[in-house]
Design a protein around this ligand. Sequence first.
Ligand code: ADP
Length: 356
Amino acid sequence: RTVTGVTQPRTTTTRPGMITGGRRRPAGTTAGVGAAGGATASSGQNSVLTETKNKISRLKNIDSKLANMILNEVMIDGAAVTWDDIAGLTFAKQALKEIVILPALRPELFTGLRAPAKGVLLFGPPGTGKTMLAKAVAQESKATFFSISASSLTSKFVGESEKLVRTLFAIAIELQPSVIFIDEVDSILTERSESEHEASRRLKTEFLLQFDGAGSNPTDRVLVMGATNRPQELDEAARRRFVKRIYIPLPEAETRRNLLTKLLSGQDYQFSSSEMQSLVRQTEGYSGSDLTALAQDAALGPLRSLGETLLDTPADQVRPIQYQDFVQALQTIRPSVSPQSLMAFEEWNREYGAGI
Ligand code: ADP
């Protein structure tokens, strides 16, 4: 018997306290077209895009090739991540609501002293949900979302990166409210050194100039969100612009439990609550993306155990994912963040973090 397309656990001897799964995640929670203004229906996508293109074509001094590149590669459609998709990080979500969402939804209340921050930095180990948070912020604040990794600015757009930054900010202002998300922001805002390449020095200067420009008109609603795994490399000038600096740590026990449950939902799995407890304990030090990799590997366990018979076994005869599969996966999927680097994050947080 199948329920919403997923095979029920074959065994019917579910003991009390057993945790089992068989529900599929509702369709559309992570997909959908969320282009400018948070439009979600694909039928509306073309008109939104056409309207966007029209607006941009009216902008003066804009290189149309770059503008198209930004529309196609930097402005994100389908970025529909909601707060609920993100496990844990309650304090970060709360802070972002206050700093970004409420001012975006009620701009008339947030003026003068209450003017919202123009720059927010999310820092912490890789794979902990920084990108997801930025996408959720864009979604929840109904802002146009631009996402670019700083390393692609320096590699993919060589020679054009300053111009691209200028064009990006001009378009973001035109399509405001906007969120410009810059991943690996440290790679353009590193401490100036003697050996600093002339090109990267110019890019940095241009970026800071545009950042300041976007904040100079108090009614403009353009937020720059930076993410970094190397906050130590940001210099004072960069730190100062990211007024709010939010630490995104590794998931705590409760969050790991939520995330594992979330990952398993929609799968055929079966293990006891004490096994879940033990799994939560053994995954201390794992990031959200480590946990995802772990669950993906464990999910292959039932297939691996079929050996040669895999090719002939009907789908409904595949056993549920069990605790043992995770024990096996724990051998190969190790935490990616070292204890030393964690200490460095915590130290930086104490010194420069928002204190949350
Ligand atoms: P970062 O930007 O911090 O490097 P991402 O936001 O790109 O990390 O997360 C990488 C992947 O790890 C996500 O696509 C998701 O599958 C998983 N992940 C990480 N943190 C979380 C979380 N808190 N909740 C849900 N999934 C997470």
